[in-house]
Design a protein around this ligand. Sequence first.
Ligand SMILES: Cc1cc2nc3c(=O)[nH]c(=O)nc-3n(C[C@H](O)[C@H](O)[C@H](O)COP(=O)(O)OP(=O)(O)OC[C@H]3O[C@@H](n4cnc5c(N)ncnc54)[C@H](O)[C@@H]3O)c2cc1C
Length: 410
Amino acid sequence: MTHHVEKAIVIGAGVVGVATAYALARRGVAVTIVDARENAGLGTSFANGGQLSYLYTGPLANHRVRGELLQLALGLKPEFRIRLHTDPDFIRWILSFLRNCTRDRYIRNNQAALEVTLESRLAMLNLLQKHELDFDYQVRGKLQLLYSKKAVSAVEENFTLKNMSDEDMRLISYEEATKLEPALGYAADKPMKALFTPGEAVGNASRFAQELLKLLVNEYGVETFFGERVVHAALHSSGADIRLADGRRLDTDLLALCTGADRQLLKELKLDLPVYPMKGYSITAPLGDHPPEISLTDSKRRLVFSKLGNEMRIAGMADIGWTHEEPDKGRLRTLVNAAIESMPEAASYERATNFWAGLRPMTPDSVPRMGHPHPALIYNVGHGMLGWTMAMGSGERVAGYLKGQIEEED
Ligand SMILES: Cc1cc2nc3c(=O)[nH]c(=O)nc-3n(C[C@H](O)[C@H](O)[C@H](O)COP(=O)(O)OP(=O)(O)OC[C@H]3O[C@@H](n4cnc5c(N)ncnc54)[C@H](O)[C@@H]3O)c2cc1C
């Protein structure tokens, strides 16, 4: 007999959780959202780079990174570091990461990630056609700044593999890029070339999560439990139940785990998913004298610049092996220095209002994990560097796994 799902509990109200709740609620499921924090979008979704990077998926594990591993482990690259330690989860993750550092795996992983981002672009457009949400969403395109022949050829390989047309993305000279984005005329370090992707967007992920949550509560009757950590979850033949930190128990037909980089419930439910935190940093500052309107990715320093409303968000750094959210002052200084070295006029750095660190839920292949391993469970985790971009599509995808258990589309 099919296990029919009338109600669901979504654990985690980051961008992935609210997108999953939206996909379920639209299909007639009565959804309850639970999160340990006080509102939606306060975890890793809080102050990320803001880029909705639908066409430029580039898995972290690739054949080019393999040659740099020793440098990374020795901390010789300020923007990307690996700290070795003996946590068995870390060791398994790093070994799997190494296995993914081949060209064949890179091609396969890139394709798998691209499928999710393309579904996501469509899902976001569908949502925005139906509802007006205020989250500084802008479709102004993206320029990826390339400083070496090696970086140019890596990008060429990436877009050839994806069969992109010139309208989707094209390599342009620094002069052409500066015509499109005059702020690049003030770049301190002039890039050799740029990859222009005109259809890419930006938006404030945290504001989006809170706006979508409001819509879910007001129009779909979604219930919320904020400031409530789920300390225990169990599955049984007719559904699932959870226990909150204060001892309360809730039961449901379906649990949807959207818990980001927090692995506690994955472990408890014996889900062997290779999700491991990769720490990143951001600052948010008032606009400088020459802020870029088009979002920028500085590929040398692994930095993104996104204008969100009247502020500049600058995000970057990839630290594997650091599992605590607390921002490290030294790393923040490195981020600010790199940003000034790249685009000194983009932001009023000395007046920055927010200094932040977050844990990306990374998988070794940069492909998120979505699944339906039990009639009363779906999971939607491991979106790594592109969770904001992938959230809407992966929410739709996991709701699609429940075919036969819930209504089709609204
Ligand atoms: C510096 C930086 C820059 C980034 N830039 C970009 C970008 O430009 N574009 C892009 O697409 N992506 C970007 N990302 C990645 C993106 O932010 C993440 O992939 C995304 O936010 C993950 O969303 P999530 O909903 O899975 O996780 P989260 O937002 O962390 O949400 C998970 C939620 O689950 C809750 N939770 C977990 N366990 C429990 C429990 N037991 N009980 C109750 N609640 C629980 C947590 O409190 C949390 O709120 C960036 C990330 C970082 C760190």
